[in-house]
Design a protein around this ligand. Structure first.
Ligand SMILES: [Zn+2]
Length: 120
């Protein structure tokens, strides 16, 4: 490692796969990233008592670009998880609560709009 290259911590997580995903995303965006800790610390046992925390580092000059990539990544993930878990709704016909991914009432079979014939 060249001495002139200063690496700084961009992200840390106890979830190794999360750090790996970020490192891979940075790499794909053309930002060199390296992963520290995680399973490596566990395998080598060089940090007794320390938590197996994964750290993603980027070069100091890339920290701003790295933060942007990270923000985009988590923004996308946030949107996806919101899409995957739609808001629950209440059946207008019988008043039962239905999970957001149900299109018809589990209890009475009415559509989400409240009328069996309506195609919202
Ligand atoms: Zn119902």
């Amino acid at each position: 490692m060249a001495e002139s290259e200063k690496w700084v911590k961009l992200f840390e997580s106890f979830v190794l796969t999360e750090a790996q995903l970020l490192a891979a995303t940075l790499d794909a965006a053309g930002i060199p990233a390296r992963l520290q800790g995680g399973t490596a610390a566990t395998i080598w046992g060089d940090a007794p008592g320390a938590l197996p925390q994964s750290v993603v580092e980027v070069r100091a000059e890339d920290i701003d670009a790295g933060r942007e990539v990270m923000a985009r990544l988590y923004d996308e993930q946030g949107r996806k998880s919101r899409d995957e878990v739609p808001e629950a709704w209440t059946c207008e016909a019988c008043g039962e609560r239905n999970p957001g991914d149900f299109d018809i009432c589990w209890s009475c079979g009415a559509t989400r709009g409240g009328e069996a014939s309506e195609q919202a």
